[in-house]
Ligand binder design. Structure first.
Ligand code: DX5
Ligand code: ZN
Length: 216
């Protein structure tokens, strides 16, 4: 299981401390949520922020773009330090082209789907992507409640991946906690994003250890 703590939930006045926690912990990836105030009703941070974090971080940068026209910025996010770049199905007019562009820049390419988008919409792109982010909350904010029907979506996606001989990893993003993580892994998730569950906890490193101890 890959654990990707979301820096969105960290204390922005002490980001170096959050990086240190992730570096020294058993966490695998950094999850970085970019919001533009258009695709989602919130604005977070952009490439300069990511570039600074990259200087003090040792792990894979999993950048989740919740922005319109993401293709305009792929190269800048690559230069800022993104190792993986995920765009939203709902934000792309030419998803296939965007995925190829991300790969040609040398990054892992991901596609994210909002809670209202059925998994079947990924049928023709699934063999081309490295990751699918199943949003289990409506994107835009941390610390929301996990939407229960996401479990069925993960199961459906697992089948779609197998049927198409895809190597895509399933990432689950939003409302993931130590309470529901086992159920999410059992449904077929490979990557768990955890914001509030990690950085809202008293001892983040211990919490990460507990997540990593879970077995599907
Ligand atoms: C929501 C973001 C998530 C968020 C998860 O739009 O995509 O990555 O940071 O935060 P939690 O784990 O607190 O729901
Ligand atoms: Zn995210």
């Amino acid at each position: 299981m890959i654990l990707a703590p979301s820096i969105l939930a960290a204390d922005f006045l002490h980001l170096a401390d959050a990086c240190k926690i992730i570096n020294e912990s058993e966490a695998d990836w950094f999850h970085l949520d970019v919001m533009d105030g258009r695709f989602v009703p919130n604005i977070s941070y952009g490439m300069d922020f990511i570039k600074q974090l990259k200087k003090v971080s040792k792990k894979f940068f999993d950048v989740h773009l919740m922005i319109v026209e993401p293709e305009k910025y792929s190269e800048e996010f690559k230069n800022a330090g993104a190792d993986g770049l995920t765009v939203h199905l709902e934000a792309c007019q030419n998803l296939h082209r965007n995925i190829q562009q991300i790969k040609s820049l040398g990054m892992k390419a991901g596609v994210a789907i909002n809670p209202h988008s059925p998994v079947i919409l990924l049928k023709d792109i699934i063999a081309d992507v490295d990751l699918v982010n199943v949003m289990s909350v409506n994107p835009g904010f941390g610390a929301q409640s996990f939407i229960p029907y996401s479990i069925q979506k993960i199961k459906d996606l697992k089948i779609l991946i197998k049927e198409n001989n895809s190597l895509a990893k399933i990432e689950v993003d939003g409302g993931v906690s130590l309470k529901n993580a086992k159920q999410i892994l059992d449904a077929g998730a490979d990557v768990l994003v955890a914001g509030n569950a990690v950085f809202g906890s008293r001892y983040p490193k211990e919490t990460i250890k507990k997540f990593k101890g879970l077995k599907p």
